[in-house]
Design a protein around this ligand. Structure first.
Ligand code: C2E
Ligand code: CA
Ligand code: CA
Ligand code: CA
Length: 279
């Protein structure tokens, strides 16, 4: 039994060592990718049922690792935050997205809104904010209106600093959306304090509609709450006609998910907008 225990221990150590090495290698490659800016962007359009058009799109970053292939942002964004690389990435995403929109001739008439994910450290980075202000200022009347998506945990970690940063962005005409709404611990009181214009209902509440009665009630409650607070709502991760019908019935106008469209490169987005958005 004793040897067995030691073997287990050795296996565990080997495994841990392997994972640490992997992580170290990934960190090194991520740093390189940040130097080379070797990321790509895809856009997932959002359909508005009331206006019958693609009302916006969310920008999502893609990293194709030279050896590993596709690495999910769910894996490398937290690593980037930890390694102090998130500001570089955020600046890249915003700059490249606006550049691609301009080159493709997608202005606010073609696409009213563009949403960008902003992680906590990026939101609180004053230097980054200043650089981004300069970028976002150019011809704001022509580009889609910008919406920055933040998460509840990000907002709550340092409420005063968050409020100040959001206020500064808002002065520049930039709106905020609460991403993954319902998965954190934000109170109604806090929601009221934050200068938000939109809530995104988290995919985890949408995925089991109509089987899960609890998720249906939570979704209805979020929609009712958004109405009281005069916030727009986007349901994310909508994959079926049943889900879309349920959401429509309870007053959710805007939806994002594979049922409507998958994330796509700028060229495909342009074609989709030309086909469906009458301008
Ligand atoms: P998120 O902000 O919640 O983004 C939505 C995720 O759901 C995306 O995953 C999207 O591809 C996926 N998705 C969309 N529709 C459906 C659907 O119908 N079903 C399912 N199962 N999934 C759907 P993705 O692109 O892998 O991104 C994962 C997360 O990584 C994002 O979650 C976001 O937190 C982060 N992320 C992505 N791009 C950026 C970025 O440029 N900056 C920052 N800071 N974070 C990013
Ligand atoms: Ca998001
Ligand atoms: Ca989300
Ligand atoms: Ca569930």
């Amino acid at each position: 039994a004793k040897t067995h225990g030691r073997d287990q221990h050795a296996v565990f150590n080997e495994d841990l060592k392997f994972r640490l090495m992997e992580r170290l290698a990934l960190t090194k490659d991520l740093k390189q990718a940040c130097d080379d800016l070797s990321f790509e962007l895809v856009y997932q359009p959002q359909w508005n049922m009331e206006r019958d058009l693609w009302i916006g799109a969310e920008v999502l970053i893609r990293w194709h690792h030279p050896k590993r292939g596709y690495v999910s942002p769910a894996e490398f964004i937290p690593l980037a935050e930890e390694q102090g690389l998130i500001s570089v990435i955020t600046e890249f995403v915003l700059t490249r997205a606006l550049e691609e929109m301009r080159q493709a001739g997608i202005g606010h008439l073609q696409l009213p809104r563009l949403s960008i994910n902003l992680s906590r450290k990026a939101l609180l980075d004053q230097h980054l904010m200043q650089r981004l202000f300069d970028r976002a200022r150019s011809k704001p009347e022509q580009r889609p209106a910008l919406i920055l998506e933040i998460t509840e945990t990000a907002a709550m970690e340092n409420l005063q600093a968050t409020l100040a940063a959001m206020e500064a962005w808002r002065q520049q005409g930039i709106a905020f959306s609460m991403d993954d709404f319902g998965t954190g611990y934000s109170s109604l009181a806090m929601l009221k304090q934050l200068p938000l214009s939109e809530l995104k209902i988290d995919r985890s509440f949408i995925q089991d509609i109509p089987q899960d009665r609890n998720d249906e009630v939570i979704t209805q409650t979020i929609l009712a709450m958004a109405r009281v607070l005069s916030l727009d709502v986007v349901a994310e991760g909508v994959e079926t006609a049943d889900q879309a019908a349920f959401l429509t019935q309870f007053g959710c106008a805007t939806m994002q998910g594979y049922y409507f469209a998958k994330p796509m490169p700028i060229g495909e987005l342009k074609a989709l907008l030309e086909k469906d958005n009458a301008t």
